[in-house]
Design a binder for this molecule. Structure first.
Ligand SMILES: *Cc1c(COP(=O)(O)O)cnc(C)c1O
Length: 434
């Protein structure tokens, strides 16, 4: 097998570490939990990325979810180019914002009005403020291992980078700011009922990843989302589905369309910006009317709804409307997840897959993964070896056991078959080596 050359990446990382904390602009990009140093990406095309040393990889990170059509899709590039040439930002109203809002409202039935922001973090932070303003209550319920961005009140038992680093929580968050955050185990409807029975009148919202993607992919058990809906309605609690990953990924109407449960507020991000920075929150008109300037809950943004991200977003959503896209993504996702599971079985390695549509995780554990505690039973050292073996063969997976992988429309059947074949080889090797 060829040995990859990482000379330029290594030199860049050396310099980056002296200039940027940990050498990265977001902790999930670090290779800390898989050993070694990150590769520096130079460009992407379709399903592939190319690094600074000229190595190329089939990419299953896809920028952590936005790139449902793969890298540098010609139509999205053209739309962004046209917007770029007309001026990137005005801090004033543009027609594109109205078009994109109309598309989002048409796509997600529970969303009657929507506000555009610049990131998923901003979207969830704003939705929570809105739920608190609307209900005049302070407490929020979130779930262990779910990540909702890095705003203060949500950094309690959060997944993603926090889980990867094995951090309990973040420093710098005063206890005052999380005393109203109640964290419950995912997929445990009894815990939700019991908490609502005790504190129902002071709970502003329940915020949940309708499919968890930030402790690895963990599906809601049948009845879990329905229970959340029921409890929220009974107690006047705002139900927030954080669909920053699942929105426009699991179906055109997101997880709520796929599972048939409606939220009061929905947060979006990743795919809706077509690969440029964007987030959004939306929901029932009576709640959204509470947002300034129509209501008393303040939220603003200099670059919110900027023409560049909006143009890329509109083009992406238009392309997603074409018939058959989600069927194709489902088939590719299933082929990959099934193939990986078979590869593990052939090598005698205990594994589970969490998968829905085109998002997946291969967990190295013999336990069924239904929540954060069971996800944590995975063998992170085994994952690190798997990750490195795959990287050396030209397959770029998430550098953490506790993250989702993504398949795009650009991944071909051959790409997936090659990935499965490589996984067989890597897993066979690591078991042989003990
Ligand atoms: C990525 C993510 C966020 C945060 O979005 P950013 O754009 O990174 O701020 C929030 N919620 C979920 C479910 C996410 O996956």
């Amino acid at each position: 097998m060829r040995e990859l050359d990482f000379t330029r990446s290594a030199a860049l990382f050396e310099k980056a570490r002296s200039l940027i904390p940990g050498g990265v602009n977001s902790p999930v990009r670090s290779f800390n939990s898989v050993g070694g140093q990150p590769v520096f990406v130079k460009r992407g095309r379709g399903a592939r990325i190319f690094d600074e040393d000229g190595n190329s990889y089939i990419d299953y990170v896809c920028s952590w979810g936005p790139l449902i059509f793969g890298h540098a899709h010609r139509r999205i590039v053209a739309a962004a180019k046209a917007a770029l040439e007309a001026g990137t930002t005005f801090g004033a109203c543009t027609a594109g914002e109205v078009t994109l809002a109309e598309m989002i409202v048409a796509a997600v039935p529970s969303v009657e009005m929507v506000r555009l922001v610049n990131s998923g973090t901003e979207a969830v932070m704003s939705a929570i403020r809105l739920a608190r303003g609307f209900t005049r209550r302070d407490k929020i319920i979130k779930f262990e291992g779910c990540y909702h961005g890095h705003s203060d009140s949500l950094l309690a038992k959060a997944g993603s980078g926090i889980a990867t680093l094995g951090m309990p929580d973040s420093a710098g968050v005063p206890p005052n700011l999380t005393v109203d955050t109640i964290t419950l185990p995912y997929n445990n409807p009894e815990a939700v009922r019991a908490t609502a029975a005790l504190h129902g009148k002071s709970i502003a919202c329940i915020v949940v990843e309708a499919v968890a993607g930030n402790m690895g992919v963990v599906l809601p058990k049948p009845g879990f989302l329905e229970t959340l809906r029921q409890v929220a309605s009974e107690h006047g609690i705002v139900l927030i589905f954080d669909e920053v990953i699942t929105g426009f990924r699991l179906s055109y109407g997101g997880a709520q369309e796929r599972f048939g449960v409606a939220a009061d507020l929905t947060t979006l991000g990743k795919i809706i910006g077509g690969g440029l920075p964007m987030g959004a929150y939306g929901g029932r008109r009576e709640i959204m009317e509470f947002v300034a300037p129509s209501g008393p809950v303040y939220q603003a943004g200099t670059l919110s709804g900027n023409p560049l991200a909006v143009a890329a977003g509109i083009e992406t959503l238009s392309m997603l409307k074409e018939p058959g896209i989600y069927d194709k993504l489902e088939k590719k996702g299933a082929a990959l997840a099934d193939g990986l599971l078979e590869a593990a079985a052939a090598a005698g390695v205990a594994a589970q897959t969490g998968r829905v549509g085109s998002m997946f995780t291969l967990f190295f554990t013999e336990n069924e993964v239904t929540d954060y505690a069971s996800a944590r039973t995975s063998d992170a050292a085994r994952y690190a070896g798997f990750f490195r073996g795959m990287l050396e063969r030209g397959f770029y997976l998430a550098p953490s056991q506790f993250e989702a992988g993504f398949v795009s429309t650009a991944h071909s059947k051959k790409d997936i078959a090659d990935t499965v074949a490589a996984a067989r080889a890597v897993l066979g090797e690591t078991t042989a080596a003990g």
